[in-house]
Design a binder for this molecule. Structure first.
Ligand code: FAD
Length: 434
């Protein structure tokens, strides 16, 4: 009889809650990972950083396990089909996993739990991805928070060593099931992907960066943020380890960013309509212009607004964009071009190596003004003033838009003053309809 740990967005052996529970269950443990066809086959780009990153990490875990004489079952298929196979092939008695907050993931888990229940197999999910789960930080009336500031106050008050404790999985590594040979991993080619061959950001952040974070985080020309987002997305590092480091280095500002992450997880959990609709329903009435040619210019980084263009080109080239510039590019799309935030959200989802539905949706709805913590709709970012403030020497702009300041550079595709007024008028009309 075996225990299985099903890894998904927690691709590590250290300080992993579900793995710890499996390893201490009293049975040998077999890890399982499924390359989910439902997700992968739907991707348009057959070179995809995320798939490549996951693949590298799975190979790495397979190597670590092989060194211990153990291994992980890795399959490419739909989760339900793979679980049916696994039940035929292995004497599974219990399955452990970590919570995933996305709507699709919750449905998938409910189906797998149902299948396992028919076979009398318990399926236990633990908290691992977030510091606080959706039901751990609630208002006095036990309802979810819908505004960040009071949420964060409660979150910081509640945070203590208990919530950041490590799960010492290493102590129990001898409980992994022994297997005679290294177990196979489907290749990228077998899943119809080609590698990009790029390297990924380091898995660590220095205490010194965290200490200066408050002053450098808004300057896109500087390496002033952790760039850990891809690792947090796929759980190659533990959020508890990172939060502990942030606390010990005294970086309250950085810790607060991790709080935003938890906040958006719980927004998505409690208000799943945000996946398709505005958090504030009345914002669904805005008459977006949705001009496809203008959308393409924005995607390509040819708007004639240098900070917007630099950001979009950074995204298109490396699959990551600095947070300040995500805010500016998103605002430009929604307000200056009056294009539905969902178009921008979907474009970021395709391109971002750290794409996470909850944070991306939260960021986009924030920019559109339709989400939690909405700024009043008449406040419209001025992309030129933003560039002057956050990239005063134009270093970031010149890096990504080398033709800036030459005759070859595009003229602004819309006039700022006109676009600003048009946005305000259109929002006002849309919101009146409620
Ligand atoms: P750091 O500044 O070093 O922050 C550390 C970590 O805190 C990040 O890795 C991230 O996990 C978390 N974090 C920071 N800011 C936020 C935030 N505002 N909301 C939630 N978590 C945060 N973040 C994603 O992880 N995935 C996304 O798909 C995503 N889409 C976004 C879309 C828009 C329009 C906007 C405005 C923001 C988006 N963000 C997203 C949030 C933020 O921009 C990125 O987390 C950050 O830029 C990642 O770089 P970093 O790791 O260097 O961040």
């Amino acid at each position: 009889p075996l225990s299985v740990v099903w890894l998904r967005r927690d691709l590590r052996l250290h300080n992993n809650a579900a793995l710890y529970h499996a390893l201490t269950s009293g049975r040998p443990v077999l890890p399982v990972f499924i390359f989910d066809r439902t997700i992968l086959d739907a991707l348009d780009d057959r070179q995809d950083r995320r798939v490549e990153f996951i693949h590298q990490q799975i190979e790495e875990l397979q190597t670590q396990l092989a060194r211990m004489g153990s291994g992980m079952v890795v399959r490419y298929g739909t989760p339900l089909d793979v679980w049916q196979e696994l039940l035929q092939e292995y004497p599974i008695e219990e399955v452990f996993t970590n919570h995933d907050y996305e709507v699709y993931a919750k449905e998938r888990d409910a189906q797998v739990a149902g299948l396992l229940a028919e076979a009398g197999i318990p399926f236990t999910a633990s908290k691992d991805t977030a510091i606080f789960d959706h039901d751990e930080v609630l208002t006095g009336g036990q309802t979810p928070y819908t505004v960040f500031t009071p949420y964060s106050r409660r979150w910081h008050d509640k945070l203590n060593d208990f919530y950041l404790k490590s799960y010492p999985t290493e102590t129990y590594f001898h409980h992994f099931l022994k297997v005679p040979n290294r177990m196979p991993v489907p290749t990228l080619a077998q899943m119809n992907f080609a590698p990009l061959g790029e390297s990924f950001p380091a898995m660590t952040v220095s205490d010194s960066l965290l200490q200066h974070y408050k002053d450098t985080r808004d300057l896109p020309a500087k390496p002033g943020t952790s760039e850990l987002s891809i690792h947090l997305r796929f759980g190659t590092i533990s959020i508890r380890d990172l939060a502990r480091q942030a606390r010990e280095s005294g970086s309250a500002t950085f810790l607060n960013e991790l709080c935003w992450r938890d906040f958006y997880f719980q927004v998505l959990h409690h208000f799943p309509h945000v996946e398709k609709h505005s958090f504030r329903r009345e914002y669904d009435h805005i008459a977006w212009r949705n001009n496809e040619e203008e959308f393409d210019k924005w995607c390509r980084g040819e708007t004639g607004y240098p900070l917007v263009d630099a950001g979009m080109r950074q995204l298109n080239t490396i699959g990551w964009m600095h947070n300040r510039v995500r805010m500016v590019t998103a605002s430009f799309l929604c307000k200056h071009l009056l294009i539905d935030w969902r178009w921008g959200e979907a474009y970021f989802a395709r391109k971002l190596r750290d794409y996470d539905l909850s944070a991306n949706n939260g960021g986009w709805q924030w920019a559109a003004g339709s989400g939690t913590d909405a700024a009043p709709y008449f406040r419209v970012f001025n992309p030129t003033a933003q560039a002057e403030k956050f990239d005063p020497k134009g270093e970031y702009i010149r890096k990504w838009v080398p033709e800036f300041n030459s005759l070859r550079y595009a003229r602004p595709m819309v006039d700022h003053a006109m676009a600003r007024q048009r946005a305000i008028d259109t929002y006002k009309r849309g919101l009146k309809k409620e």
